[in-house]
Write a protein that binds this ligand. Sequence first.
Ligand code: SF4
Length: 370
Amino acid sequence: MLYLHIPFCKQACNYCDFHFSTSTTYKSQLVKAIVKELSIRKQYLNTPITSIYFGGGTPSQLTLDEVEVIFNSIYNNFNVNKGIEVTFEANPDDLTLEYLKGLKSLGVNRLSIGIQSFREQDLKSMNRAHSVKQAFDCLSFAENAGFSHVSIDLIYGIQGLTNQDWVEQLNTTKKLPIDHLSCYSLTVEPKTPLAKAIENGKMEDISDDQSADQFEFLQSWALENGFEHYEISNLAKEGGVAQHNSAYWKGAHYLGIGPSAHSFNGISRSVNIPNNTKYIRGIEANKPEMELEEINTDIRFNEIVLTGLRTKWGVQKVELIKLGKKYVQHFQQKSLVFKEIEKMIETDSAFILPANAWLNADGIAGKLFI
Ligand code: SF4
């Protein structure tokens, strides 16, 4: 699996703590550095590439020529399996029919579009760069350009978004040419403009009860409307499950390219420096700047529990067995209490949370950690 982090955004959304810059001064150097990093790190994975994901930041801030240069480097340096999922994150205001046709001809076959809300007041309060009209327009452009796999992001728990508003947002998606929905609860990350506005009393705090209610609405809406809720934040129509993200949650190895990108080879995790100019300098000097984290078995166990319990596949017994008897016993013993109160189901192959426990999946995982 290959992930590429494109660290540019037109403007800063107030809730965002990802690595990005609103200045494109170094964009061409950064694209060159990405091209070079692909070459420097081509031995990192010992297997062919099984999915490609352009994330960010905002990959649609790249020109088609820049996207093509990156694809050329991928195909020159890696053995890429045929017919794989190639996802490109984009924002509505960047998407024209011509741009989308260009992406399609370069090999992108799945779009993940940051729509976030179909209400102007929400887009404004989150400082999104696009309008509701642009959201609808880009979806029809995507359909006309021939994309059959389209995901959109929506955010719930926004101040002033009533439960009725949220259900209307979800119902709006029924008419859209999409096969995947990613729905996130608005969270207040430290040091973001949102956190500061709440601290200064300029915005009201978000309500945990509102987010919880809206998550439950999402669960029942999905059941009634043909979307499978396969991961806490992700829902798909038949055939729409994201291959790249699903493999990531199941513990697949991946190479991350670009500033702040993470890589995982089963033994260690590395994180590229989250600073565009330092990243470029490191790559130019053939010394990529990154931090390494050795993954011991305890850490791996906790990761498997945390990611597994957030999915419909649950924690696979085979994964625990691979870690050793101690970990199987620990999980079995700690999970007893949740089985007794019917917040965990044990099947022949996995431990799975039932729908009524998903809201508290992270809390339950925390109680099972070693
Ligand atoms: S467009 Fe995405 S990455 Fe950029 S600031 Fe907004 S949420 Fe963050």
